[in-house]
Design a protein around this ligand. Structure first.
Ligand code: ATP
Ligand code: AMO
Length: 466
């Protein structure tokens, strides 16, 4: 039979064996009429295939066929593995294939909208080449996103989405080990769950409806239904109306909701152990992926403490004030002050991951529990990586009359959330939780500059295709 082999597993141990590989024809280099070098790529692995008429291995026709292939065509190569005398430059695998047969099973168009080699180049390499007077092609973000299925073929991009999957895996397995149950809440709902502004409205069989801005109402109703600890991994929709580097109109939310016995610190303890577990896993088990990402997008490893730093909002405000940043002690932090605080925290505590809690009640959603000792503050928190928010969370108001009053005070039409409020009228218990933006976690862990890089087919205000 034929021996199918992954390009990534081709090594000297397979010397003299006949193998069959499948991959993208990355480059073809003709040497005279009788010889050609073909580099074939799959995922992040590349191998050099040699076609030569000399020893009668292939026909001149076959060499010609190889040279006429369009880049990125899908090919199958049947041949013998050899180990060259000299180390091979430019491919990941340190063996070659002496080609016997070459088939093209999926032709690419002759002129690509972007070359994968161009798309895979680091900014550093481009600048380095420019110093020497060589102008290399820089592929801009619109070209990348318009041709995302090509852009995603680069090694760094392949690695980013494998890493993202690992974050999901660890999120799930950690929470399962802590007795959380995974749930799926509806994405078609009757009203806004996070306030009105950024909601996608639609028609639901003649009735007005919304795409869920979060699983907030239903994850809490799951607790009203007797579940004590739940999590969800699912899409979240926000009709963001401006373009930023960290907002998408559709993102993947990692949500948690849990019973509280005595204090919302029980929720913070889950955040702490969950994220330390995720970061440790990425650093220990995903080294190859991080290396691949680093080659194109160099970044310093995230600095985090084994016990996550916990700061109160008041302490944060004081740090900012002491550093001369003008700030409203009962207002929300803006992007700039969040970044500034991130830098101050790093200088003082040597961590780029921390929890800021006890936010002013006025800047938090209506369902947030006020602090018992001071109603100006709330049992709420945000979590930051490298000075940018990845998580919001809080203890919730589980007392239906207070919840109604808080919603009304925010101008929310209570009739649209009566099922949610009523769910707390049948025996409720203290609870809290949080929501994480998956794309932000991967973006910030890897020090990437734009959230579109960590969304497979990003949705922003200007992009609904592909
Ligand atoms: P969350 O949804 O938890 O609020 P977020 O990261 O969007 O997460 P916001 O509280 O909405 O955070 O915003 C924090 C700051 O980010 C705002 O004060 C504002 O400066 C900035 N910001 C938020 N949304 C936008 C936007 N669409 N365009 C530009 N800046 C924004
Ligand atoms: P919040 O609105 O802060 O909280 O969202 C939670 C987390 O989701 C991510 N996020 C986004 N990611 C990409 N694009 C966006 N437009 C976007 N908006 C938010 C952020 C943010 O920290 N119901 C609460 C959570 C809770 O209290 O349980 C909520 O939705 O990483």
């Amino acid at each position: 039979g034929r021996k199918w082999t992954e390009i990534g597993s081709l090594d000297a141990e397979l010397a003299d064996e006949t193998v069959l590989i499948r991959g993208y024809a990355q480059t073809m280099r003709a040497v005279g009429k009788n010889m050609s070098f073909l580099v074939v790529r799959r995922s992040s692995a590349t191998v050099q295939c040699v076609l030569t008429v000399k020893e009668g291995l292939v026909s001149g026709q076959m060499v010609k066929f190889c040279n006429s292939l369009a880049r990125e065509s899908m090919v199958e190569v049947y041949g013998v593995v050899t180990v060259p005398m000299e180390p091979i430059k430019g491919t990941t695998q340190q063996v070659e294939i002496q080609v016997r047969k070459l088939y093209c099973i999926g032709r690419a168009v002759p002129s690509l909208p972007m070359n994968i080699e161009d798309a895979a180049r680091s900014e550093e390499d481009i600048k380095e080449a420019e110093k020497d007077g060589n102008k290399l092609v820089r592929v801009n973000q619109d070209t990348r996103l318009n041709n995302r299925y090509l852009d995603l073929r680069t090694s760094a991009n392949q690695a980013i989405f494998q890493l993202e999957c690992s974050v999901e895996d660890v999120f799930r397995s950690f929470l399962r080990s802590e007795n959380f149950v995974g749930i799926h809440t509806p994405k078609l709902i009757a009203g806004a769950s996070e306030g009105g502004a950024s909601v996608f409205k639609l028609d639901y069989h003649g009735q007005p409806a919304c795409l869920a801005q979060s699983p907030q109402l239903h994850k809490q109703m799951a607790l009203s239904s007797g579940f004590r600890r739940v999590f969800e991994i699912g899409p979240v929709f926000r009709a963001e109306d401006s373009n930023t580097h960290r907002h998408l109109c559709e993102f993947i939310g990692l949500d948690v909701e849990m019973e509280i016995n005595e204090h919302y610190f029980e929720v913070l303890d889950i955040v702490d152990r969950l994220f330390v577990t995720i970061f440790d896993y990425l650093n220990e088990k995903c080294k190859n992926l991080l290396d691949e990402i680093n080659k194109q997008f160099p970044f310093k490893p995230l600095k985090y403490l084994h016990k996550t730093l916990l700061l109160t909002f008041e302490e944060g405000i004081k740090m900012l004030k002491d550093a001369g940043v003008e700030i409203d002690p009962f207002g929300d932090l803006n992007t700039e002050s969040e970044r500034a605080l991130g830098r101050l925290v790093f200088e003082k505590y040597a961590t780029e991951f921390y929890i800021l809690h006890r936010y002013p009640l006025a800047v938090r959603p209506f369902y947030t529990m006020p602090c018992y000792d001071n109603q100006l503050y709330s049992n709420s928190f945000d979590v930051f990586i490298r000075g940018e928010e990845i998580i919001s969370g809080a203890q919730r108001v589980h007392e239906p009359d207070l919840l109604t009053a808080r919603a009304e005070a925010r101008g929310i039409d209570v009739s649209t959330i009566s099922a949610y409020i009523n769910s707390f009228r049948y025996g409720s218990f203290p609870h809290g939780g949080f929501g994480v933006g998956l794309e932000r976690v991967v973006m910030l862990f890897c020090g990437l500059s734009n959230i579109r890089q960590t969304s497979l087919f990003p949705r922003d205000p200007h992009r609904l295709v592909p």
